[in-house]
Design a protein around this ligand. Sequence first.
Ligand SMILES: C[S@@+](CC[C@H](N)C(=O)[O-])C[C@H]1O[C@@H](n2cnc3c(N)ncnc32)[C@H](O)[C@@H]1O
Length: 260
Amino acid sequence: MSDSAGVSSPAKPQPWRLSDELKIVGHILFNRSSGSTHEERLENFYSGQATGYDAFRKRMLHGREELFQWLPTVPGGVWVDLGAGTGENAENWGPRLAEFQKGYLVDLSSSLLKIAEARIQTRGWTNMAAVHADATKFLPLEGSADVVTMSYSLTMIPDWFAALDQAYKMLKPGGTIGIVDFFVARKYPADGLAKHKWSTRTFWPMWFGNDNVFLNPDHIPYLQNRFETVKISQRRGTLPYMPFVRVPHYLFMGRKRVES
Ligand SMILES: C[S@@+](CC[C@H](N)C(=O)[O-])C[C@H]1O[C@@H](n2cnc3c(N)ncnc32)[C@H](O)[C@@H]1O
């Protein structure tokens, strides 16, 4: 399946199965995210969803493919995906993945990481590793990274600011950060940022909070403070089985400033 560079053609998506779909909807609706530690809560939430995860999240986690089209690769460089889940983002680079000397798929959920590991094996990605670690503490073996990404993981990390600080710490000066996630706007957003009605700012944090997904008005301002904004887009996307609603999400590409 893989070519000489260790990267094969795009994977076939996991087949859609009604049983997976029902299990996932059940987990989302009937909160299975209890536990005494963050890791335990994640595992309780995801262990029953791992099989159908990719097929379901493709219709829910919008903008991931586009973000990876925005992002530059760094030949011979290091890429780190924090909160990588099943490793779907590695697919989103397409053949450009082979340009990295090393890529790390970092996650705290063992069930989702097993899928990421299997994906690496199946694809023959010799430059990729799946790592069980906390995004707020992980550092690549090389000591630094050229590109750090997070897709829909920031909203699931309680100490999200620590994860962004860790991304900042590991990025080389001039390195790129790419984030895509749900959000709500501040009541009084800065110029150029989206405004949301009270109902949006109130309903979506409550709805997602049930599953320990914390939509936050401060993610974008913090990102813009920590990194130089290269490109940002704020939109809305659909949710499976909820055709009449649209949840706000953003794509952010930033650069770690080169201090003079
Ligand atoms: C909504 S999923 C997104 C997964 C993947 N990035 C995607 O786009 O499909 C959020 C992921 O963040 C992971 N996560 C949450 N907190 C974490 C932490 N502190 N360290 C590492 N991973 C974490 C979860 O286990 C989960 O896989």
